[in-house]
Design a protein around this ligand. Structure first.
Ligand code: ATR
Length: 279
């Protein structure tokens, strides 16, 4: 039997998901294929019917369909329902169940490099940005019980809507970019989730890091480039670094686990993906 997996989005030609999932399949000795489906908006419904009927085991969903896919699914898990976006679908004998693996994937990747962090719920966290990725990460961190998770964003209302996802242990202040910059020394973990600094705009950074704690962990979820200006500045100010490609790997790992019921090995894929991205 050959398992079918795939990705829908637009444009997805340059996605790294086929590379990641093909390795998971191969390493686990599972006969399967992972195909990309670059589809226009008006074809979304037909595409999903096709994947349901031709017994795809599961598929990933990326921009611009993470919300638009929801009406076509039969069920959402709590995580996807609270975040309001789906990036992974499991086809359970014709029933399509939507999940969001971003937050858990981010947490697993952080824990891989800084295992002690999940035990230290009193550490203060700053999330920069309030888009879809920030929402997933905030929700996962708050569910885990972190007490202080502040959000800095250009548009205040977007940050306020994330703040509404707080669990009862979490206190969140919404700050402007300037306030974030002024108070940056207060944070133990700083997580950059905007697209500022992504190729081709590599010269930009969402805020300055002159004043950070030298023990701070600084994350950027951008992986093109691997070393954003933001991470370079953090490193030169003494911070510990967490790279964006690891979130990509671990959110894919969790998706694969939802499809097949076991956690595939990451092994050397972390180094290989880094080299691939560094070209
Ligand atoms: P994703 O799904 O990858 O999180 P998104 O939902 O489009 O992407 O969110 C992009 C984030 O980057 C938002 O927080 C956005 O800020 P606004 O909420 O103010 O739009 C932020 N962002 C994008 N361009 C920015 C810029 N030039 N300066 C500051 N923030 C920016």
């Amino acid at each position: 039997m050959e398992y079918k997996l795939g990705l829908i989005g637009y444009p997805v030609k340059h996605s790294l998901s086929p590379w990641i999932h093909s390795q998971f399949l191969e390493n686990a000795k599972i006969n399967g294929t992972y195909t990309i489906h670059d589809i226009k908006d008006e074809c979304l419904s037909k595409q999903i019917d096709m994947m349901r009927e031709t017994e795809y085991k599961g598929f990933n969903v990326t921009l611009p369909y993470k919300q638009k896919v929801i009406p076509y699914l039969d069920e959402l898990d709590d995580n996807a329902s609270n975040i309001g976006a789906v990036n992974t679908v499991l086809n359970d004998e014709g029933r399509l169940i939507g999940y969001n693996t971003d937050g858990t994937g981010y947490l697993r990747s952080l824990q891989q490099y800084y295992p002690q962090i999940v035990e230290e719920k009193d550490k203060s966290i700053l999330i920069i940005g309030a888009g879809g990725a920030a929402r997933g990460i905030y929700y996962a961190l708050s569910q885990l019980g972190f007490q202080t998770i502040d959000i800095v964003n250009r548009t205040r209302d977007n940050a306020v809507s994330i703040q509404e996802l707080a669990s009862r242990n979490t206190v969140t202040h919404v700050l402007s970019l300037t306030q974030g910059e002024e108070n940056i020394h207060q944070y133990d973990v700083i997580i950059q989730t905007t697209n500022v600094g992504m190729k081709p705009g590599v010269q930009y950074s969402p805020l300055k890091l002159n004043n950070i704690r030298d023990s701070a962990i600084v994350s950027d979820i951008i992986y093109q480039p691997i070393w954003t200006n933001f991470l370079k500045e953090a490193f030169s100010n003494g911070a510990r670094i967490h790279h964006g490609h690891t979130m990509l790997l671990y959110q894919a790992q969790y998706a694969f686990e939802l499809w097949f019921g076991f956690r595939p090995e990451i092994g050397r894929m972390d180094q290989q993906l880094k080299q691939l991205l560094e070209g």
